[in-house]
Design a protein around this ligand. Structure first.
Ligand SMILES: C[S@@+](CC[C@H](N)C(=O)[O-])C[C@H]1O[C@@H](n2cnc3c(N)ncnc32)[C@H](O)[C@@H]1O
Length: 238
């Protein structure tokens, strides 16, 4: 560019979002790196309950478990630079051993995934097994209408249908209205939903406490976060 040449060397090979655990995906899967970003923004804790009520192939559940258990995201994949002669292969082994020694195997973290599609349940369980987090991930078939939070504190993250590849827009917005009813504001619980629908907050019935612009591939989305519990109205004097 303008008579300048940039020489770049690819050290990774296959895209970094490919962690190695998701050989099979449900329809409209989210990229592993985007799921990890939402987990990071929601400050998932290693001793908390975690729920994805529309879990599909389980990407968000698995990324949350890996984050909570301090599992390095590249642990199960290979990098192009591993074939370079100028890097001693012992170094790669030492780093992998070091990453393994940092895993919080006894973390009290429990992730619960639900999906209306039974095939997605099997897929999510299979992927969790491949990712090595199956001991902390539970998945069942359940409709979002029957959502219930579990325990005193935790976090919900959800990548619902957008009315493009899955459901039509009216059905997707109906699901957002259901979320507004079942995601009840509760001390200790937070909710994060990613959607490109600009009327999401209207459908959900509450303004988000925080919004972040995120791209799901080419689709411009907002990550709507709800964590405040409205104050109870004080008694008014007669
Ligand atoms: C965009 S996909 C989620 C993809 C997932 N994040 C992944 O990485 O594979 C939305 C999911 O919502 C599920 N779904 C649709 N309607 C639902 C409902 N009423 N209750 C529960 N799940 C529902 C679909 O079956 C689908 O798996």
């Amino acid at each position: 560019m303008k008579d300048q040449i940039s020489l770049m060397i690819d050290t990774s090979g296959v895209g970094l979002h490919k962690r190695g655990y998701r050989q099979n995906a449900a329809e409209a899967p989210i990229k592993e790196t985007l799921a990890a970003a939402m987990v990071d923004l929601s400050r998932v804790h290693s001793d908390a309950n975690f729920i994805d009520p529309c879990c599909g192939s389980g990407t968000i559940l698995i990324e949350a478990a890996m984050y909570a258990m301090n599992i390095a995201p590249g642990m199960q994949r290979r990098f192009s630079a591993e074939h370079w002669k100028n890097i001693d292969s012992k170094l790669w082994q030492e780093e992998r051993d070091r990453a393994r020694s940092m895993v919080l195997r006894d973390a009290a973290f429990e992730a619960h995934g639900f999906d209306i599609d039974k095939a997605a349940v099997d897929l999510a369980l299979d992927n969790a097994k491949k990712a090595g987090v199956i001991g902390h991930v539970h998945v069942e078939s359940r409709d979002l209408h029957d959502f219930q939070s579990l325990g005193d504190f935790g976090c919900v993250i959800c990548n619902p249908p957008y009315g493009e590849r899955l459901l039509d827009l009216n059905q997707a917005e109906e699901l957002y209205r259901t979320m507004g009813k079942v995601f009840v504001p509760k001390h200790g619980w937070s909710y994060g939903i990613i959607s490109p629908d600009e009327t999401f907050e209207e459908c959900f019935g509450r303004k988000a406490d925080r919004r972040r612009k995120l791209y799901n591939g080419m689709i411009k989305c907002q990550y709507y976060q709800y964590f405040r519990v409205p104050k109870e109205e004080p008694f008014s004097k007669p």
